[in-house]
Design a protein around this ligand. Sequence first.
Ligand SMILES: [Zn+2]
Length: 142
Amino acid sequence: MPEVKLYMKYDELLERAYKTLPKKPVVVKQRLTLPKPEVVVSGKRTFITNFNQICDILSRKPQIVLRYILKELGAPGVLHENMAVIQGEFSKKTIEAILDRFFKMYVVCPACKSPDTRLVKEKKFMFLICGACGAKSPVKPF
Ligand SMILES: [Zn+2]
């Protein structure tokens, strides 16, 4: 039956088309999971006890990450040893949400999703420069 043959041919063509499709680019997917903050509230202050560790993993200076958190919370705070000490009582959930936002906006490249990026400030502007794809993405300065 010619019709059947036609379908077979079509299948073959389809198969060939799939085979000639470029293979997925070999990108070493850097899986970076945001570490959970260890949050302790004591004496009307909030301590993120593993703060430096989080910043290390994100490859961001603790001062920068703290500045963002404080701006989001609208609260003062300081770095003390490996911790961030924030005035006021904030839940782990709140801190986690802010860190998550920071991670998505200021660490992950919007073009290729790589976390291999640098945050640079140029005058009033801030850019996320990707080490993987080279994209320079403007981000909201803080
Ligand atoms: Zn990129």
